[in-house]
Design a protein around this ligand. Structure first.
Ligand code: R5P
Length: 318
């Protein structure tokens, strides 16, 4: 009842700030300023609001590759990297079985699947001019025959910040993969969960600047909140410029550490909002030093040379 007597000498006067307009919080992330609070908060969990970028550690490869090199024992190889990333990109199986629920990192949950490295190719076998012949169907990509592999309720249970869907533009199952994307965007919209479209590459799909510009823009137009794409040497800045939402780059196949750091640096200079890297980190000679060097490039303004020196120094100390 002390508040009611109004006589306490120590009582602080109320301050109404009547001459100051209420703050209008801005939102730091490209194309994301008109989203609802929950969605923005999830994105701010993935992307560092200070640098505007993210380091996503991708180790979802097992969903179609099984235990690829470096991911034979995720508890041994990935958990030591966890402190240095912003977001874990993974499957629900690995999340539940290996990742401690106490993690403070954002979750990027792999949400499409259904095919594997050994999915049968679609080929015609017969005779041409009396000779046995085998022809591949143009545009056929066995891996592209994916479906949505996670229900939205499961994504909520797993506290996902973003759901990742592979999109196979130009493949036989292009339409199906785009439908996976839009169905998930609609389902996730009700809960403020972000969706990331992942540009797939394969035998039937090009790796040209024109292709990546089209694929990334197309997915953004269909409503995804961020896009994962490969870096390309010439014209990558036109891809990021045309895409109204953030782009993060995949690392792709393992390359020398110095080259991978250069790629991360170039991508960020050319408008990428960070990296979603896997093999170039967990297959590096020294994964933790590599993770910390990537962090230097993405968040700490290091160029590739300085980051590589940091990598070598940390590797020597480890
Ligand atoms: C994409 O399809 C995979 O699931 C990985 O998330 C992606 O390829 C990124 O990993 P990496 O840097 O090894 O290419």
């Amino acid at each position: 009842m002390a508040d009611l007597d109004g006589t306490s000498a120590e009582k602080k006067d109320k301050e109404y700030f009547t001459d100051i307009p209420q703050n209008k919080p801005d939102f730091f992330l490209k194309g994301s300023h008109q989203y609802d609070w929950g969605l923005q908060n999830r994105l701010a969990h993935i992307f560092n609001p200070e640098s505007g970028r993210t380091i996503m550690l991708a180790f979802d490869h097992g969903y179609f590759m099984g235990p690829t090199t470096g991911l034979e024992r995720v508890d041994q190889t990935i958990l030591p990297l966890e402190p240095y990333c912003d977001c874990l990109m993974l499957t629900r199986g690995i999340q539940r079985s290996i990742i401690p629920a106490s993690t403070q990192k954002a979750i990027a949950l792999r949400a499409s699947g259904g095919t594997s490295m050994v999915s049968a190719n679609d080929e015609w076998e017969g005779e041409i001019g009396g000779q046995p012949a085998t022809l591949s169907r143009p545009g056929y990509e066995p891996l592209s025959n994916e479906h949505l592999a996670v229900d939205i309720n499961e994504a909520i249970r797993l506290n996902a910040s973003v759901l990742a869907v592979q999109v196979f533009i130009g493949s036989q199952y292009e339409r199906q993969s785009l439908q996976n994307l839009t169905n998930l965007i609609d389902a996730a919209a009700g809960y403020g969960i972000a969706v990331m479209g992942v540009v797939a590459v394969g035998r039937a799909m090009e790796r040209t600047v024109k292709y990546f510009r089209m694929a990334t823009r197309l997915m953004a137009e269909l409503g995804c909140h961020m896009v994962k794409c490969y870096h390309i040497e010439d014209g990558f800045e036109t891809i990021t410029s045309c895409c109204p939402v953030p782009i993060v780059i995949a690392g792709g196949k393992k390359r020398p550490e110095r080259d991978a750091l250069q790629m991360a640096y170039d991508a960020c200079q050319e408008g990428a909002s960070g990296v979603d890297m896997g093999r170039n980190i967990f297959q590096a000679d020294a994964p933790v030093p590599m993770m910390r060097a990537v962090r230097g490039v993405v968040h700490e303004g290091m160029n590739a040379k300085d980051a590589y020196e940091l990598y070598e120094q940390l590797k020597a100390e480890s």
